[in-house]
Design a protein around this ligand. Structure first.
Ligand code: GLN
Length: 536
C-alpha cells in the first residue's frame, strides 16, 4: 500500500491553528488504526529552530532523536501520543543545504541546477522520508498561501499530486471573520484564499473554516459553491474551550471518513473514548490550583509567553486535569521579584515552576523565587535552567558558598556549582552554535527511595535534553551533605540529572525537559506528582 499524503495549508491570517487541525486530523486517523506520520515544513532558512529566538518563533521543541524543531511537532506528539523523528521536520534551509551539497559533489552531473525540478525534487524526497513506513503522512505547510517564501513547498506538493493523484489530498484551513460592525460571518476572504491556492495549481479537497463561532449551513454552501468542493467537505472548526475538543468537533462532521474515502482507504470505526474522557475531565475540573511560572518576560514579536512555553503549559494542564483540578497559571516576571521581593509577589500561589531558559536577565529574581519555595515549603518544580538555578540557590544559602553561580552567567564565579560540559566549551569558542547542545533523549537511572523514583514507578527512564551546562560534580559532596538528594544520574553516575530536597513537600529539579513527553491521554509522571503536591 503506498503512503498517502495530506497537505494542510493555511490562508487569510497566520496563527490560525492549522497545526491543531493537522494534529487533530492525525489523531482521528490514528484512532482508526492507521499509522500516521505528521510532518511540518517551515519556510525559513534556518536549518532547525535551535538558532531562532523563542520570542520570534515560539518554543523550540526537541525530538527524541535530537532535532530542534517548531512547536507544532509538540502538538502532533501530544495528539498522536507517539514520538516523532527528525525526518518529520524540514526547512527551506535544510533543503537548500542538501541541494548545494549535491551540486558541489557533482551529483547533478553537469546539469543546470534549478529551483524546479531540483529543489522541488529534494522537497518531495523529504516528504517521502517523512512518510516512510506510515499509511498516511499529514504534511503541514508552514506560513500562509501566497507568500513568496513558502511557494516552493506548495509547488512540490502540487507536483507530487500530479505524479500520484490517487495518493494526495489537499486541506485548506482559512479564517472567517465576523466584523464587529456587521456582526455577520463573512466567507469572502476564504474564497480569495482558495483562489490564490488555485492560482498555484492546487484545488483543495477540503476547506476547514476557522472562526470564533461555528459555521452555519448557508456559509458552508457559499464556500462549497465558490471553492469547488462538496458542502460536506467544508468543515467548521470554531473556537472552543480546549484544543483537545477539536478532534471531536471534526469527527462530528465526518472529516476523517470523507478524507479516507477521498484517498481510497477504508473508513473504519474510530475509538474516541479516550478523547471524550479527556474533554469530560477538563469540563469537570472546577477547583483551581494556582501555579506561578517564574521566568524572564518575553513581550516582543508576535509570540507570547504562552507560545514560548507551550509544552510546559500543556504538561501542567494534562496533570491538573488528571487529578480533577483546574490549572490557573500565572506568569511572573522575574524582574518584578527582583524589585519587590519574592514574598510579596509569590504569596498565594500553591506551587512555583521555573522553566528552561538562557542568559542573565531576571536571574536573581528567579533565584529569590526558588529560595522562597524552598524555605516556605511551597512545591517547586525546576526544568533545566530551573534545576541549575536551584542548585545555585542551595549552594549559596544552605551551604554558604558565597558567589556560587553557573558559569553561563559568571565565568569567574568563586563556586561554579553549574559549569559548562567539557565538549561544549570548544564548540562555543569556535562559534559552532547550530545543533551542538546536548540534545535528544538520554538514559537516566533513578535512585531508590526518592520522590522521582516513586513518581515514575520505574528505575530507568529516558528524557529529552537541550543544554550546554551541567551540575559540577566537585560540589556533589558538599551539597548532598547539606540535604540535597541526587535522585537521578546518567547510567554511569557522572551527570546529575535530577536533584531533590529532603524535608520538603515537593522540591524537584530536572536537567531535562519532561514537558516534551506529556500528552493529555498520558500526563507526565513528574508533572502529576508536582500537581498532586500543589493540590495539597
Ligand atoms: N542555559 C542552560 C544551559 O544551557 C539551561 C538550558 C535550558 O534551560 N534549556 O545549560
Amino acid at each position: 500500500m503506498p503512503t498517502k499524503y495530506v497537505f494542510v495549508s493555511g490562508g487569510v491570517i497566520s496563527g490560525l491553528g492549522k497545526g491543531i487541525t493537522a494534529a487533530s486530523l492525525s489523531a482521528l486517523l490514528e484512532a482508526r488504526g492507521y499509522r500516521v506520520a505528521p510532518m511540518k515544513v517551515d519556510m525559513y532558512l534556518n536549518q532547525d529552530a535551535g538558532t531562532i529566538r523563542p520570542s520570534e518563533h515560539g518554543e523550540v521543541f526537541v525530538t527524541e532523536d535530537g532535532l530542534e524543531t517548531d512547536q507544532d511537532l509538540g502538538n502532533y506528539e501530544r495528539f498522536i501520543g507517539r514520538p516523532l523523528h527528525r525526518a518529520q521536520y524540514a526547512t527551506t534551509g535544510q533543503v537548500y543545504a542538501e541541494v548545494l551539497r549535491r551540486e558541489r559533489a557533482f551529483a547533478y552531473e553537469g546539469e543546470d541546477v534549478e529551483a524546479i525540478p531540483h529543489v522541488t525534487d529534494e522537497i518531495i524526497r523529504r516528504f517521502k522520508l517523512g512518510g516512510q513506513g506510515a499509511d498516511i503522512c499529514v504534511v503541514e505547510l508552514g506560513g500562509t498561501v501566497g507568500e513568496y517564501q513558502n511557494g516552493i513547498f506548495f509547488e512540490a506538493a502540487r507536483l507530487l499530486g500530479r505524479r500520484e493523484p490517487k495518493n494526495v489530498a489537499h486541506v485548506h484551513v482559512a479564517y472567517l471573520p465576523i466584523p464587529g460592525a456587521l456582526g455577520e460571518m463573512k466567507t469572502k476572504p476564504v474564497q480569495q484564499s482558495v483562489r490564490m491556492l488555485n492560482g498555484m495549481g492546487i484545488e483543495p479537497d477540503f476547506v476547514v473554516g476557522r472562526s470564533s463561532q461555528a459555521m452555519d449551513g448557508r456559509r458552508k454552501e457559499r464556500i462549497a459553491l465558490f471553492c469547488n468542493v462538496a458542502k460536506e467537505d467544508v468543515i467548521s472548526n470554531p473556537d472552543c474551550g480546549s484544543i483537545y475538543e477539536v478532534p471531536l468537533i471534526l469527527e462530528d462532521q465526518r472529516f476523517a471518513q470523507r478524507l479516507l474515502a477521498r484517498l481510497g482507504l477504508k473508513p473504519k470505526r474510530a475509538d474516541l473514548k479516550p478523547w471524550r474522557d479527556v474533554v469530560d475531565a477538563i469540563r469537570r475540573a472546577k477547583r483551581d490550583v494556582k501555579i506561578a511560572i517564574v521566568g524572564k518576560y518575553f513581550a516582543v514579536g508576535d509570540f507570547m509567553l504562552s507560545d514560548v512555553y507551550i509544552s510546559v503549559i500543556e504538561a501542567v494542564k494534562h496533570a491538573a486535569w488528571a487529578i480533577s483540578r483546574k490549572p490557573a497559571i500565572t506568569w511572573i516576571d522575574a524582574a518584578d521579584i527582583e524589585k519587590h521581593g519574592a514574598e510579596k509577589i509569590l504569596a498565594g500561589y500553591d506551587g512555583v515552576l521555573v522553566p528552561g531558559g538562557f542568559g542573565s536577565r531576571g536571574i536573581e529574581g528567579v533565584i529569590a523565587a526558588i529560595r522562597y519555595a524552598r524555605e516556605k515549603k511551597v512545591p517547586y518544580f525546576g526544568l533545566c535552567y530551573g534545576m541549575q538555578l536551584a542548585a545555585v540557590e542551595f549552594a549559596r544559602d544552605a551551604c554558604e558558598l558565597k558567589g556560587a553561580h553557573t558559569t553561563e552567567i559568571d565565568p569567574q564565579a568563586p563556586h561554579a556549582v553549574v559549569h559548562i560540559m567539557p565538549d561544549q566549551e570548544k564548540k562555543l569558542l569556535n562559534r559552532e552554535y547550530g545543533a551542538t547542545m546536548r540534545l535528544g533523549s538520554w538514559d537516566c537511572a533513578l535512585k531508590p527511595g526518592t520522590v522521582s523514583r516513586h513518581a515514575y514507578g520505574t528505575a530507568a527512564i529516558r528524557e529529552r535534553h537541550r543544554h550546554r551546562y551541567e551540575f559540577n560534580n566537585a560540589y556533589r559532596e558538599t551539597l548532598t551533605k547539606a540535604g540535597l538528594v541526587v535522585a537521578g544520574t546518567s547510567p554511569d553516575g557522572q551527570l546529575v540529572e535530577i536533584i531533590e530536597l529532603k524535608d520538603h513537600p515537593f522540591f524537584v529539579g530536572v536537567q531535562f525537559h519532561p514537558e516534551f513527553q506529556s500528552s493529555p491521554l498520558k500526563p507526565h509522571p513528574l508533572f502529576r506528582a508536582f500537581l498532586k503536591a500543589v493540590a495539597k
